[in-house]
Design a protein around this ligand. Sequence first.
Ligand code: BMA
Length: 367
Amino acid sequence: MITSLHSLAQLIDNNASKETRALYMNLAKGVEKGIMFGHQDDLAYGVNWKYQKGRSDIKDVTEDYPAVYGWDLGGIEHDNQVNLDGVPFENIKSYVKEVYRRGGINTISWHLDNPVSLGSAWDTAKAVSEILPAGKLHHKYILWLDRLALFLNSLETDNGTKIPILFRPFHELNGAWFWWGRPHCTPQEYVELWRFTVTYLRDKKQLHHLIYVFNTNSFKDKEEFLERYPGDTYADMLSFDVYQFTAVDASADELRQASVKFQKQLQHNLQILIELSKEKSKPAALAETGLEGVPDPDWWTGTLYAAIKDFPIAYVLVWRNHGLNSENKMHYYAPYKGQKSALDFKKFYKLDKMLFQKDIEKLNLYQ
Ligand code: BMA
C-alpha cells in the first residue's frame, strides 16, 4: 500500500504559522509534482555582476527564476552588517521578501564562526561541548542565537506575516571541515546542540515560521546518515549535500568517468534518503550539489537529471555563482549566459519534472 507522504507529514512545531504549515504540506505533496530547482544567493550576484535589481544568472539563461533560493547567515552572530561572503543582511531581507511575494521558497544555512577560537566555521578547534548548557561558553551561544532569532523574526511581509524559511543549521554534519563536524564532537553532543537550538528558537524565541532541515554530506550507509539524527520530533526534512569534483580542464573521457562515479554516489544516497523519507513521513531534498565551473556541457540533463529524476525529492539546489575568487579561480555552479553548459541548462529547464518560478507560482505554496 502506498500512503502518500503528505497525509502523515507533521511539523515539529505545533504552533507553526498557517503559511508555514501550508508550505510544509505542499512540500510533502509537491514531491509528486516534480523537483524544484534552487540556487544559492541567486538574486544577490552572479558571474561578473553584483546587486543588480531583478537580475539572476538563471533568469539570464532561461528567462525564468529558480523556485528555491538559498541564503547564508554566517556573521549574524556578531551583529555584522554583511554575511561571510559580503552580502548585506539588509539585502538578504529584501530578497527573502521578494521571493515570498513571487511564491518561491527561501532556505537558510548558517556558517557561524567558531565560538571558541573566533575563527571561521572551518576552524575546527573543539567548540560544541563548550556551548552546550553545561559548557563555559553557553552564554555566548545564547547571545548568538538571540541575534540569529532577531534576524529570522524580521523576515516578514509589510503587513507582518512571517515568511516561512527552510532552516538548515549545522549542515554537512558528518564531514570533518566544520567545527560541528563528526570528528569534533560526539553524536550525543551534536544531538544536544541541535535539540537545544530548535527548542530555544521555537519555544523561547517563539519563532513559528521555521521548517527544520537535517543535513549530512554524502554518506556510506543508513547508519552513518542517522548517527547524529536528533529524532523525528526535532527535524522536519531530511537532506544531504554532494558535489562532483572534476577539474575544469578535464578531458571528455575524464568528465564521463567522473560523471558515472558521481551518479553512483548520488543515487546510492538518494535511495537511502527516500527510504527514510517515506519511513518517517518527512520530505527530502538534495540541499546542495554542483560541479564547480560546470565544464561538462551536458551536465544538467546528462548527469544531474539522469541521476535524480526517479527520486521524489522536493528540491535540488546548486551553490553560489561567485565568479573569480581570491585564489584566481572561477567559483560558480550555475550557468550564466554564454557559459558552456547554458544550452543544456535550457533543456533541463524545459523538462516537465524540473520546476522553476513559473511552474510553482501556480501552486500557491503558502495556501
Ligand atoms: C563555500 C564557498 C565559500 C563560501 C561558503 C559559504 O562553499 O562558496 O566561498 O564562503 O560556501 O557561502
